[in-house]
Design a protein around this ligand. Structure first.
Ligand code: GLV
Ligand code: MN
Ligand code: MN
Length: 413
């Protein structure tokens, strides 16, 4: 273990400064991908990258990578630290931001110490990890690592009706570095847990074993608008009733399946959305997740069968569109072990656990040794302005990041 330490005041000052971009009442921030707020957040982080002397490039999907060359001045195959700085509309200060800013802090320590490394060291933020404005999520890292198609993602239309390509141009982050073939020699992502497991077990560190599978579907139900007062109950084709039954069904399904199965309907739009009109159209999303691919498929199938049955009974038509589909990912056991044993060597309480949230790390896992470090989220709250992780836990996780990055960067690639 190195006896170097990150500077927690400096890291917290950057977290606060980034959180001021798109600040929300109650302490969080809103920087939906490729909005004006995202541009301002990007500009700030890029200015910090330049101040640290990094070689900064922007690729065709808008990912920004700042590289610190190795002792020979090379920039290829760096040891990469990364995450995202886009947020959901109700975002906290830590989700994504921590991984990027802790990466900058690690590099600042290397600079201060004038440490030369065997391998280059880099920090990156990836476009549209959240998927809250444009689906799918993990878009930038997915395109970077070749598992998503660049042209398809540039053409993706978001909830505001614009495309990723248009908005990248508008905010000035349509870069020219090639996507799909760029590689790191190892990838490390520090992230808040966003769940209750570490806090409940009084662990300071999570060594992340993998990420659960994610299935996002948009369902559209079409029935018939009619008068709320005059239409007998047995003559209705009510799209709202179908959608509402689906909400209750997926929740009951997840509870009945147990294990890691979760199910969420996070968005629903009624038309015409009036008190005295039977809804003729509802669009809704269903988010299903499980660590087991077979069980995830069973949940998807059960949902499809339920939807078909309930829609047919109501005389409502159904259309569906897959917004995102990722199989569960397992991180390299040696990398999990590296996090676990390094945390133990630093006297930090560590627990191995899978991630319930999607992360950019899962896009790197097929291409290079990849690891994630979790730090506790108070009360397990995330995607909420009240998201909070103590400075002490941030410091512990960032010092662990510093150790594993330095160890890896001093080994020949
Ligand atoms: C991304 O944050 C997701 O897991 O939905
Ligand atoms: Mn995140
Ligand atoms: Mn998130």
């Amino acid at each position: 273990m190195t006896d170097l330490n990150i500077n927690i005041e400096r890291l917290c000052a950057r977290l606060t400064a980034l959180g001021e971009v798109g600040a929300l009442e109650g302490g969080g921030n809103c920087r939906l991908a490729l909005t004006e707020e995202d541009r301002q957040g990007r500009d700030l982080v890029v200015s910090w990258m330049h101040a640290l002397g990094l070689q900064v490039t922007t690729d065709q999907i808008g990912n920004v990578i700042g590289v610190r060359p190795n002792a020979k001045g090379e920039i290829e195959l760096p040891v990469l630290m990364g995450s995202h700085i886009d947020t959901v509309a109700t975002g906290g200060l830590y989700d994504g931001n921590l991984g990027v800013l802790a990466g900058l802090e690690v590099i600042e320590v290397l600079n201060e110490q004038r440490l030369q490394t065997e391998r280059p060291v880099a920090v990156a933020f990836f476009t549209n990890e959240e998927g809250a404005r444009f689906a799918p999520d993990m878009m930038g890292s997915g395109v970077s690592q070749g598992s998503m198609d660049l042209a398809t993602c540039l053409a993706a239309t978001g909830i505001d009706g614009t495309t990723v390509g248009e908005d990248l141009q508008r905010i000035g982050y349509a870069g020219d570095a090639a996507c799909g073939t760029w590689r790191a020699s190892a990838y490390f992502e520090l992230h808040v847990e966003q769940g209750p497991v570490l806090e409940r077990g009084e662990f300071q560190i999570g060594a992340v074993t993998g990420v659960q599978g994610i299935s996002w579907t948009e369902w559209t139900f079409r029935g018939q608008s009619n008068h709320a007062g005059t239409t007998p109950m047995n003559m209705r084709c009510d799209a709202g009733v179908v959608a509402s039954q689906v909400v209750c069904f997926v929740r009951a399904l997840a509870k009945q399946m147990g294990g890691s199965q979760v199910a969420t309907v996070g968005a629903m739009t009624f038309a015409p959305n009036l008190i005295n009109v039977v809804p003729n159209k509802v669009t809704m999303t269903v988010d299903l997740r499980n660590t087991d691919e077979t069980l995830l498929q069973q949940a998807e199938q059960a949902t499809v069968e339920f939807v078909q049955g309930v829609a047919a009974a109501e005389g409502v038509t159904v259309a569906s569109r897959s917004l995102a589909r990722f199989e569960p990912v397992r991180f390299d056991p040696q990398m999990v072990k590296l996090i676990e044993s390094s945390a133990q060597a630093m006297d930090l309480g560590v627990h191995c656990l899978p991630s319930g949230a999607g992360h950019d790390a899962q896009m790197f896992a097929p291409n290079c040794p990849t690891a994630m470090i979790f730090v506790p989220s108070v009360k397990g709250i995330s995607h909420n302005v009240k998201e909070f992780t103590s400075a002490q836990d941030i410091e512990a996780g960032s010092n662990l990041l510093l150790n594993v990055v330095l160890k890896t960067a001093q080994e020949p690639a």
